[in-house]
Design a protein around this ligand. Structure first.
Ligand SMILES: *Cc1c(COP(=O)(O)O)cnc(C)c1O
Length: 216
């Protein structure tokens, strides 16, 4: 199967409201270009250095999503062009993104990463921590970052009912935020192995790597 075929097969199976992020980490520009030529515009990477290297090599209308853990001291490299930052997990990081966005006269979009698995290695805030942050005075002063939703990663397990429970939980958390914050629109959950289940549970943004580009 070619990248183009993989992409078309996935796209044809997706409900209209679901946005596909093509996760191109570790893959060469030729692979990204093949996806681009097949109509894909949104690409996800998890390393700042890799996005910064690839960004100038791709057409201008390519949209870049940072899906990995983002260190505060590296925000400045992404601020000029990043379209969406998925993994925001602290007020400190938000403040830095806001500061760098001001420098570039941009409003940067972001998702709050919520910890939905019970694995200790996963990044993210608890639902309560995020809610507290939304209501803090400081949060309200951050005018150059726009939080448009949440992101989560399910536990690394083959236990489908466990994964489903975690996805449904993230959707519930999203709904509770959306009640008070109508600008919330994105639920980013689901990868190659579990995106159909994620969509069933209310995802409207999926991050797919290996099912498009092959194993890494
Ligand atoms: C690598 C990665 C993906 C894509 O994983 P696949 O299993 O290859 O689809 C999705 N989300 C995040 C945060 C990732 O790091």
């Amino acid at each position: 199967m070619t990248i183009k075929n993989n992409l078309q097969k996935i796209k044809n199976s997706l409900p209209k409201k679901v946005t596909l992020v093509a996760v191109s980490k570790t893959k060469p520009i030729e692979d990204l270009m093949e996806a681009y030529k097949a109509g894909q515009r949104i690409f996800g990477e998890n390393k700042v250095q890799e996005i910064v290297n690839k960004h100038p090599q791709m057409p201008l209308d390519t949209k870049w999503h940072m899906i990995g853990h983002l260190q505060r001291n590296k925000v400045k490299y992404l601020a000029p062009f990043i379209d969406l930052i998925h993994g925001i997990d602290s007020l400190k990081l938000l403040k830095e993104i806001n500061k760098q966005a001001i420098k570039h006269d941009r409003i940067i979009k972001g998702l709050i990463q919520i910890k939905i698995s019970n694995e200790i290695t996963k990044f993210g805030m608890t639902a309560e921590e995020a809610r507290e942050m939304f209501y803090s005075k400081e949060f309200k002063t951050l005018n150059n970052i726009k939080i448009i939703g949440v992101m989560g990663m399910a536990s690394f397990t083959t236990n489908k009912s466990q994964i489903k429970k975690e996805f449904l939980n993230l959707k519930l958390i999203f709904d509770s935020y959306k009640e008070f914050n109508p600008t919330m629109e994105v639920v980013s959950m689901g990868m190659s192995g579990d995106y159909n289940l994620a969509i069933e549970c209310g995802s409207n943004m999926i991050r797919i790597g290996s099912s498009i580009f092959g194993i890494r």
